[in-house]
Design a protein around this ligand. Structure first.
Ligand code: THU
Length: 132
């Protein structure tokens, strides 16, 4: 599974985004260590705060199926299902990633024509953790 394949799955997942309030579509594709993929989209709510980001949808689907080991996540996002810019994960999603992934977990930000990659250590240095 390479970066472009994972981005393609994130774009497919974005098609299911439930976005009546922001019109901002996000899709994510989370790769487990044994090669399985869990996708997710953002799901908004009239009360706003229950809104779930695409990244957390993917993580919660995977974790609730018993997955604990992750290698990478691809993320795409944009207005009107147009991925002209990179969509970087919000702080809450970074903290959820830090609960289950180590510093070398790969975060792939895709857009229409290209992508760039970061590690979780780069995007959330010195994260809060209660793990030994
Ligand atoms: N959103 C995500 O799905 N992931 C992020 O990392 C940032 C924001 C969603 C939440 C909301 O539905 C929309 O983008 C606009 O904030």
């Amino acid at each position: 599974m390479n970066e472009l394949e994972l981005i393609k799955i994130a774009k497919l997942a974005a098609e299911n985004a439930y976005i009546p309030y922001s019109g901002f579509t996000v899709g994510a594709a989370l790769l487990t260590k044994d090669g399985k993929i869990y996708s997710g989209c953002n799901i908004e709510n009239a009360s706003y705060s229950p809104t779930n980001c695409a990244e957390r949808t993917a993580f919660f689907k995977a974790v609730s199926e018993g997955e604990r080991d992750f290698t990478a996540i691809a993320i795409v996002g944009g207005k009107d299902r147009n991925f002209t810019d990179y969509c970087s994960p919000c702080g809450v999603c970074r903290q959820v990633m830090a609960e289950f992934c180590n510093k070398d977990f790969k975060i792939i930000l895709g857009r229409n024509d290209d992508y760039k990659t970061f590690t979780l250590g780069e995007l959330l240095p010195e994260n809060f953790s209660l793990k030994e």
